[in-house]
Design a protein around this ligand. Structure first.
Ligand code: GRG
Length: 300
């Protein structure tokens, strides 16, 4: 388990970084009253509905581990949150997971209708790249490097591929390698990209980028195993989204394939691998360590 993060106050860290991210998102997004009002209200409704902001936190913590600043990393932090929120809005649509409840509130299509919810997701996807393009280039990383990373992580070989495999796997018996394939893409790709973008915004070295990639990949996998566990063990009120969806949709999950106890063990092992990836930072990636620990122990 993490050795360096004991004295670190993660709760205060997340509160401050979340406030920074929320202010920046408010600045970057068109105002609620900008025409057409409906779409801007819908974009903001989901974006400010109270998500945990874990992907932006990873961006900012990765930047700090490489000696960078929050200011330089904020566009990337906001961009990954826009992509994440778009994917949730679309995932909740009747044509996909058909969910009524997200981030403790009625889902976008329940409030605005399917058409506007689709468009709000589309607009947030586009908005992400508009925001990311405002990152300052560094000596090692031109804008195009960051844009390429986020486009790849959210494209048809990663995030979308995971969603396709997830949809096509419903009701079918899936092997552990197939499940790993889905988790790598639908969850880990964006968490890994978050960690990488933070480093890139701080002009990280190639060795640091490799370490952040390895860290983000394993944290991302652990995140989804825990998500699968929480779907069974927590209530809808605790999660802020409908609990028990995986069983209802006959989805293959780690608990279904290997049981709850083994799933917990796998999540802990993946988190250990994430810690090991941080060794090159020699104890200077305290916030990243604390986030990985929190993600393993979280209850929502
Ligand atoms: C492109 C439509 C589309 C989908 C891509 C990301 C995704 C695939 C679907 C969303 C639903 C899902 C199960 C995603 C896996 C990642 C995950 C567990 C998301 C929830 O993330 P949290 O817990 O959410 O960080 P908050 O609301 O706290 O930001």
């Amino acid at each position: 388990m993490s050795r360096n993060s004991h004295a670190f106050d993660l709760s205060q860290y997340l509160d401050r970084r979340t406030a920074d991210v929320n202010r920046a998102l408010d600045r970057f997004l068109p105002k609620e009253f900008a025409k057409p009002r409906t779409i801007h209200r819908a974009m903001r409704y989901s974006l400010f509905a109270g998500g945990k902001r874990m992907r932006p936190a990873l961006v900012l913590a990765a930047a700090e581990a490489c000696g960078g600043t929050t200011a330089a990393a904020l566009p990337a932090a906001c961009a990954v949150e826009c992509i994440h929120t778009y994917s949730l809005i679309h995932d909740d649509l009747p044509a996909m997971d058909n969910d009524d409840f997200r981030r403790g509130k009625p889902t976008s299509h329940k409030v605005f209708g399917d058409g506007i919810a689709i468009l709000a997701g589309d607009a947030l996807l586009t908005q992400a790249f508009e925001i990311l393009a405002q990152t300052k280039a560094t000596a090692r990383f031109p804008h195009s490097a960051l844009v390429l990373d986020l486009a790849r992580a959210s494209g048809s070989l990663q995030l979308i591929a995971g969603q396709v495999a997830d949809l096509e796997g419903e009701g079918k018996a899936i092997s552990l390698p197939q499940l790993r394939y889905i988790h790598e893409r639908k969850t880990s790709a964006l968490l890994c990209c978050s960690s990488r973008l933070g480093g890139m915004s701080a002009n990280c070295t190639p060795a640091q980028l490799r370490a952040l990639t390895n860290f983000g990949y394993h944290v991302g996998l652990a995140f989804q195993v825990i998500d699968d566990i929480l779907d069974i063990t927590q209530t809808t009120a605790q999660l802020g989204k409908t609990a028990g969806k995986d069983v209802a949709a006959q989805k293959s999950t780690y608990p279904r394939l290997v049981g709850l106890e083994k799933s917990r063990k796998i999540a802990a092992q993946l988190t250990e691998k994430a810690f090991a990836a941080l060794r090159p930072f020699k104890g200077k990636a305290v916030a990243l360590e604390a986030i990985a620990t929190y993600l393993l122990k979280r209850d929502k």
